[in-house]
Design a protein around this ligand. Sequence first.
Ligand SMILES: Cc1cc2nc3c(=O)[nH]c(=O)nc-3n(C[C@H](O)[C@H](O)[C@H](O)COP(=O)(O)OP(=O)(O)OC[C@H]3O[C@@H](n4cnc5c(N)ncnc54)[C@H](O)[C@@H]3O)c2cc1C
Length: 380
Amino acid sequence: MTYDFAVVGAGVFGSWCAHFLRQTGARVLLAEQYAPGHSRSSSGGESRIIRMGYGTDEIYTRMSLRSLDLWRRLFARAGEDLFVPTGVLWLARSGDGYAARTEETLRRVGVAIEHLEPVELRTRYPQINFDGIDWALWEPGSGVLLARRAVAAAVKQCVTAGVEFRTLEIAPFGGAGKFRGGLRTAAGEKISAGAFVFCCGPWLPELFPELLAERMFITRQEVFFFGTPAGNSGYQPQGFPTWLEMSAGMYGMPDIEGRGAKVALDLHGAPFDPDTGERTPSPQAYSAARNYLARRFPQLGDAPLVEARVCQYENTSNGDFLIDRHPDYNVWLVGGGSGHGFKHGPAVGEYVADLLHGHRAPEPRFSLASKASRQSRAVY
Ligand SMILES: Cc1cc2nc3c(=O)[nH]c(=O)nc-3n(C[C@H](O)[C@H](O)[C@H](O)COP(=O)(O)OP(=O)(O)OC[C@H]3O[C@@H](n4cnc5c(N)ncnc54)[C@H](O)[C@@H]3O)c2cc1C
């Protein structure tokens, strides 16, 4: 069968691209080598933050607002609410330019926020030790997406709408599957389509080594869940926020679905292979999370580790997404979520469908040409 569009990769970007490409009645294939939201994919964690704050990068603020609306509509249709309204608390120091610029942008765009001083913070959150924190920015409307399940819901909506979902491994673009108006699977089957959309997250550099091996940086990232005290609801979403302390390179969230309080390191780890990388947490990352926990949340100082995950970021040089056409073929590259992409899945899917239908001009920040071979992170 020949498709109008073949989308490769059923993570958050691929599932939403397939959804929007199907809206016009096009024949769409969604091909995934494992299962949607599987444990090796970047979308495969339990939970991902959705926040509106992005410094001066209003483009991402607006995408996030649009995405939250689209996520909620999906969850309403699916009959399962996978958004947890925890709010998001940015812990800031005086002179923290990123938080101050975030506040300015969110006020201008009309996002509901509060600027909180330490006295107010201590009253609201006695569980948190605010030493070294001079103020905080509160986004009451933001929260957490139950990521793995949200991807499964997005794929289900594709299938219901008529997208063909198949478990297939597409062969590397420049290797056995050399492009001749079609692709090959690793098993040798030919896939023909008008356009191919590669939403392969951390696999993109190995699929397109000549274009992306030097322009994407796949890094090991570690996430820890600590058990909260028995008989104490103070760490559950209704009384404890999702929080970010950018100057410490840490973020976390409440005890959602009883998994424990999450503490994660946002600083980039070592290079990582998404297929073969061993996912045992490192002692260094564990100590960093444990020390931070004891300092910022003293009551959890001795809390047991109840779960941990090793995942990977698929970074571009500065953190801007990569959404562009291959220079030679009708093949589109969609990725570079760079540790902040999950929330934007719906807006990315909508953008890609508009772009492929010729309904909008490409955003220069997403171009391949703008992706450098040296990392200098600017978007968080
Ligand atoms: C620990 C961690 C915490 C994060 N926290 C947040 C957060 O709080 N908020 C936020 O917004 N974002 C966050 N992110 C970032 C976000 O999760 C990612 O940017 C996003 O999930 C990337 O989605 P993707 O669809 O591009 O990639 P993936 O989810 O990796 O999907 C790519 C898919 O392509 C498939 N594929 C690859 N090659 C082939 C092939 N040859 N044939 C067929 N299928 C193939 C893969 O199997 C995979 O399923 C975090 C990421 C990590 C790792």
